[in-house]
Write a protein that binds this ligand. Structure first.
Ligand code: SAH
Length: 349
């Protein structure tokens, strides 16, 4: 094995300069890193793949992330919210198909106060006591995050987006703060959430040196979950004409993250699966162990587009069958488990 990959697998810690050197060799080392990451993943999770049902419940957003189709500036988007009963129906559909984790995702929507979210979370936890709820609803203050935790949310996804404060400013403008986002991530961890950070690969303006900073941040933060996907342009944003991120580089970075954090929950992101056929199978071969099919009902699905993608309206049952058919020949299978983070094999849920 390449000495730096070996060092990463053993020490689980590299200097910024070493991360940069590894990234510079991404083409040559893609296969080797993938094999090593896959072996580490199999050692820790066997051939099991966890699946989470994602419910995109509001596309209202106050933020102005330049890459994202939900940005407040996008006036072409029809804005909508699911009602509480629509969200619960989506959970029911998921549960009847074996989903044990519901991921509630939205733009940063002030309508969803704690007064609205707390009863919803309680209701989900009462009706599905064996299931986990993950929130992906943007930055909130620590009191709010504590209330949502007390109401039963145990996991939270908040990508850091980039660990370079200058690139962060360029992508988000002055009304969002890099340091507030990082602070929010540390608050989530301190409260006790299983916390996910992450970034896009190939977002306009990003260099390999920025990804090296991301890896260094991930190494320091030690997230329990990690979302890494290629940037895909959205035709309703100013990045409409930009090229998508490199799928191979995305797979390579996923592999490095698996070697860095052997127990991390690492999804084959929807963006990667959108960009390349067999994205799920290839992601598993590079160290991923989670997939997040959509539970979002039709009308919202058509209007919840972070990036351009077709919205074929397959049922969850069909989607899960397709996933199984894609991964079964490789010896993998979807497993009906909550799949919480656990630091070692013995404690795995
Ligand atoms: N409002 C929530 C959820 C954001 S959407 C939050 O702030 O966390 C989830 C993720 O989609 C984002 O964190 C971003 O990394 C990703 N995303 C947004 N636009 C994208 C695009 N054009 N291509 C690929 N991924 C994108």
């Amino acid at each position: 094995m390449h000495p730096l990959l070996e060092k990463l697998a053993e020490a689980r810690k590299l200097s910024l300069e070493e991360w940069s050197r590894l990234l510079a060799c991404h083409r040559e080392l893609l296969h080797e890193a993938g094999e090593a990451a896959r072996a580490v993943c199999v050692e820790n999770f066997g051939h099991s793949v966890f699946y989470r049902g994602i419910i995109e419940f509001s596309n209202h957003c106050k933020n102005g992330c330049r890459y994202c189709g939900l940005q407040a500036e996008n006036s072409q988007r029809t804005r909508m919210r699911l009602t509480e009963s629509e969200i619960l129906d989506a959970c029911r559909e998921g549960f009847s198909n074996g989903v044990m984790t519901f991921v509630l995702q939205s733009g940063e929507d002030a309508y969803y106060t704690d007064e609205r979210l707390v009863p919803l979370l309680r209701h989900i936890r009462e009706e599905f006591p064996d299931c986990a709820v993950t929130l992906s609803i943007g930055e909130r203050g620590s009191e709010s995050l504590k209330s949502l935790f007390a109401a039963g949310a145990r996991r939270y996804l908040l990508r850091h987006e980039t660990a370079n404060p200058l690139l962060y400013r360029d992508l988000h403008g002055a009304r969002q703060s890099f340091w507030e986002r990082i602070h929010c991530l540390y608050t989530l961890k301190a409260i006790g959430y299983q916390t996910g950070c992450g970034m896009m690969i190939g977002v306009p303006g990003q260099k390999l040196s920025d990804i090296a900073l991301d890896l260094q941040f991930i190494q320091a933060f030690r997230p329990e979950m990690l979302g890494i996907g290629p940037f895909i342009p959205n035709s309703q944003t100013e990045f409409a004409g930009c090229s998508p991120g490199d799928a191979e580089l995305t797979l390579y970075v996923m592999s490095l993250c698996r070697l860095l954090l052997p127990r991390v929950l690492l999804p084959a992101t929807t963006a990667l699966r959108t960009l390349i056929p067999e994205g799920l199978a290839r992601a598993l071969l590079h160290g991923c162990n989670v997939v997040m099919p959509s539970l979002t009902p039709g009308p919202m699905k058509n209007n919840y587009k972070l990036y351009d993608k077709s919205t074929e309206q397959r049922t969850l049952a069909t989607t899960l069958e397709e996933f199984q058919a894609e991964i079964r020949p490789m010896g993998y299978s979807l497993v009906r488990r909550r799949g919480d983070f656990s630091p070692d094999k013995e404690g795995e849920s």
